[in-house]
Design a protein around this ligand. Structure first.
Ligand code: OAD
Length: 270
């Protein structure tokens, strides 16, 4: 518990606190003119997509993610990195958006300026109906040439390639360099347009709702602080504390799929 932060409590301890927190969140959202939402792996975990760090359960337990999600790792062991992302891509294909995704998509229909920025590489926000999702770390369902031979990014549709799935990664049809997942790896720059938009929304908004991120990875984790410096309020939804928690004006210590639908319900009741 961090002093000064309004904590939502579990019902066993203080459901009055929970109801107050829901109403406080609804007040903050109701009065906001421009809302930025920042999500992380926690919102997709409810769909069964392991968080980035949990993604090393089972088959991958013996690998350090930073040994899998870097250009150096791909160069050193292209098949291992390809297979790890293919495992995650197929996992992301087989899951559905849950109540947290749906509540955020509904919020975007209830007010004009609500912009969703995600660190997640799945398309669960889109599947839930969110529009114009800003993917800071790319999209696991798309691929590009490792050499970006036709410009950044040289997108490649692997469904159009004729390749042996045992002989992977496939080769770029233009230059024969490896094809790679169109996601941001450690040490790589984030897509410029998406990052510019994310900074703009953070500077212009008067409320940030941070959902399901540990706040450990920059520059995404800087966005709530930028918003706070511009006078915005911060609501954080996370069962645990995170690097963002010290900035929060309201901390909802619940799973996103549990608390966000209740906040939306409170908004409708107004
Ligand atoms: P993390 O795995 O670092 O953090 C997930 C957060 O979600 C944790 O703080 C959990 O407490 C919280 N959480 C778990 N279940 C939740 C739920 N049901 N509702 C709400 N919150 C929940 O994942 P990220 O913060 O998203 O970057 O990681 C950020 C980036 O680090 C990833 O995008 C990835 C990784 O390096 C790249 O791959 C470039």
């Amino acid at each position: 518990m961090i002093k000064g932060i309004v904590y939502d409590m579990n019902p066993e301890i203080g459901n009055v606190m929970t109801e107050n927190s829901i109403q406080t969140a609804a007040d903050l959202i109701n009065h906001a003119q421009y809302i930025t939402i920042l999500t992380g792996a926690g919102v997709s975990k409810e769909s069964g997509v392991p968080t980035f760090r949990d993604a090393l359960e089972g088959l991958w337990a013996k690998y350090d993610p930073q040994e899998l999600a870097t250009p150096q790792a791909f160069k050193a062991n292209p098949k291992l990195v390809w297979d790890w992302y293919e495992w995650r891509r197929k996992l992301a294909q087989d899951v559905a958006p849950k109540k947290g995704h749906l509540a955020l998509a509904e919020l975007q229909t209830m007010k004009n300026d609500v912009y969703l920025i995600t660190q997640n590489v799945d398309d669960l926000h889109e599947q839930a109906g969110s529009k114009n999702v800003i993917h800071l770390h790319g999209n696991i369902a798309s691929h590009k040439c490792f050499a970006n031979c036709q410009g950044e990014p040289t997108l490649i549709d692997i469904n159009m390639l004729d390749y042996d799935t045992d002989d992977v990664p496939p080769a770029c049809p233009h230059c024969r360099a490896y094809v790679r997942p169109n996601v941001v790896w450690f040490g790589e720059a984030l897509p410029n347009d998406e990052l510019t938009k994310a900074f703009e929304h953070s500077q212009l908004c008067d409320l940030v709702i941070v959902v399901g991120t540990s706040g450990m990875v920059t520059p995404a984790s800087q966005l709530p602080g930028i918003a706070k410096q511009s006078g915005a309020k911060i609501i954080e939804v996370n069962p645990d504390d995170s690097m963002i928690t010290p900035l929060a004006d309201l901390k909802l210590s619940w799973a996103s799929g549990v608390i966000l639908p209740q906040v939306i319900e409170a908004l409708h009741a107004r």
